[in-house]
Design a protein around this ligand. Structure first.
Ligand code: TMP
Ligand code: ASP
Length: 236
């Protein structure tokens, strides 16, 4: 399948049409952004690593019965995916406190969250992705009650699968963000699951191995992503 017209350029990926109206190509770039696009840098190899990482993780989720948009790895930086009608909300589950939860609620970073928390955010950089609730989602027509329930169900199921997968690699899945869309009316996991959109800490040392290294200027960003990939047994 070949790339045709560029349909959308996001902060880290570009979306292309293909000859099949129901399929798209996601091109993972080296661009790395934080703070709603205010900080952007090119990190060598990051696009390739995230493309392969996303394919690896999405394949594991598909094996566990989660409907995902991913169809095939096409090249180092490109994946073929189903074209989804995206729902403009982000689903975030947290197993340990970090990031905006720590800032908003003043809890200690690293505190275990039992049960894990679930939050919705509106996908809107200009508004800095504000937190929204189910009432907002229904009132503004972003998703129906049944679609909300399904997104929550799938997001929690992803937690079970990925916590176990990362645990075996000596990693803690601190939190993660998912985006869903509709394919033939069915809620389907889209976007990406990579260290750009989740937090992963070493189980013993709690060393950060995700995009917080970039957000916080800690350095070794790509090296950290590579370490995670290698611990998962991925070939890059
Ligand atoms: P937060 O602590 O900034 O709210 O983020 C929670 C998790 O969701 C973290 O792993 C980063 C991810 N995330 C994104 O990838 N993009 C976003 O726009 C947001 C709000 C969160
Ligand atoms: N994904 C958002 C951005 O690129 C937020 C973040 O990851 O910090 O700006």
């Amino acid at each position: 399948m070949e790339k045709r017209a560029e349909l959308y350029r996001g902060k880290a990926k570009t979306v292309y049409a293909t000859d099949d109206a129901s399929r798209l190509i996601l091109h993972f770039r080296n661009d790395t952004s934080a703070f709603d696009g205010q900080k952007i840098e090119q990190l060598d190899r990051k696009g390739m690593i995230n493309n392969k990482f996303n394919h690896f993780i999405m394949s594991k989720l598909a094996e566990a019965g989660i409907p995902t948009q991913v169809e095939a790895l096409l090249s180092d930086n490109d994946s073929l995916v189903k074209k989804l009608d995206m729902i403009p909300v982000e689903c975030v589950v947290r197993n340990l406190a970090a990031g905006s939860l720590v800032r908003r609620l003043g809890v200690e970073e690293g505190r275990e969250l039992t049960p894990p928390t679930f939050e919705f955010f509106l996908k809107n950089d200009a508004l800095h992705d504000p937190m929204v609730n189910e009432s907002h989602i229904k009132t503004f027509g972003w998703a129906t009650e049944a679609q909300i329930a399904r997104m929550k169900e799938l997001t929690y199921k992803v937690n079970d699968v990925l916590k176990a997968l990362f645990d075996k690699a000596g990693l803690l899945l601190v939190d993660y963000k998912l985006e869903f869309g509709l394919f033939n009316g069915e809620i389907t996991l889209g976007d990406e699951i990579t260290p750009d959109g989740c937090r992963l800490w070493d189980k013993e040392t709690r060393k950060k191995l995700d995009k917080d290294r970039f957000r916080q200027g800690l350095g070794g960003v790509v090296e950290a992503y590579e370490e995670v990939a290698q611990r998962l047994g991925m070939s890059l």
